[in-house]
Design a protein around this ligand. Sequence first.
Ligand code: 9MR
Length: 366
Amino acid sequence: MRKTARSPRSTRTRTAAGAALAATALLLGLAAAPSAQAEADGKHRAATLDELAQRSGRYFGSAVDNPELADTEYADLLGREFGTTTPGNTMKWEATEPQRGVFDFTGGDEVIDFARANGMKVRGHTLLWHNQLPGWLTEGTWTKDELRSILKNHITHVVKHYRGKVFAWDVANEIMNEDGTYRENIFYKTIGPGYIADALRWARAADPKVKLYLNDYNVDGLGAKSDAYYALIKQLKADRVPIDGFGLQGHLALQYGLPAGIKENLQRFADLGVDVAFTELDIRMQLPADPAKLAEQADWYGKVTSACLEVKRCVGITVWGYSDRHSWIPGVFEGEGAALPFDENLQHKPAYDAIRAALIAGAKKG
Ligand code: 9MR
């Protein structure tokens, strides 16, 4: 995804720095042609993760939670390095429809505005999930017809509001259990499994162009849970239900090992005729981090990136926040963290270099 606009500040900084470098080189008589290798290295060094991903037609994105936008150093780097963003919280149901029929798009719009100012595209997350639902919805008692109409109304309003502003929607998030059975969320219990096809159809009716995804964790490799999604998407396709993509969240942890068969898994979904993407990638470890763990983490980031680049329909990678300064992990998994490619000081970790190397190698292969 090519950036069409950049914050004026970053453009000025780059141009001024470039001019200063060129002037210095001329003064020092360094204008002689650099070696092809040096030129290639220099070209790569200047490129951002998203620019490197674009060389093979992919995007590289990072989620953002709205309060992080006030951290200007963080927001500036987010806007420079990444081509897409996903709001971590503000497009979820509790944020967008806090009272029945009363919609609030303030938080999501803030992310859209930030993205637009920085030439980024936005993934919509999420229309339907068992978490972060408003109290009026979870505490109410609904008949099947009532809940269908509530769901339809929610999806229709939110998707219409963001029509043309998000390029993809996680329509249904985390709808399977680990053993591949349906998660018994409020929608399943009240409507039955047909709520998934309903949701996809309503989303399509509200925006004919946006890419519609199912999205989950622990589906990165081959296993019962990803098998269940494979069967579901196959059936949805056979029933001509609109489904465009499968999102692999990619919340990985060093202590559990790298899932087996990531590339094969991506490929089998691609072969069903849907796009695939890593939508929430992070690779946590037990703290404290040390050089060995950081090296293993880098290896995993490189392998996940390469797996995506080896599958034509793997359209991009999003990390769930990009720096250890802002991450959901320490608050949820006690004693774990250091999951992202930049550290708390926004410095590159070995993982950053491994992602770059994989993107560069993938682009060369074409
Ligand atoms: O990053 C989100 C965090 O700020 C919220 O507190 C949390 C609430 O459940 O949701 C986090 O994002 C989740 C995402 O929406 C779905 N997949 C798992 C993510 C991490 O929990």
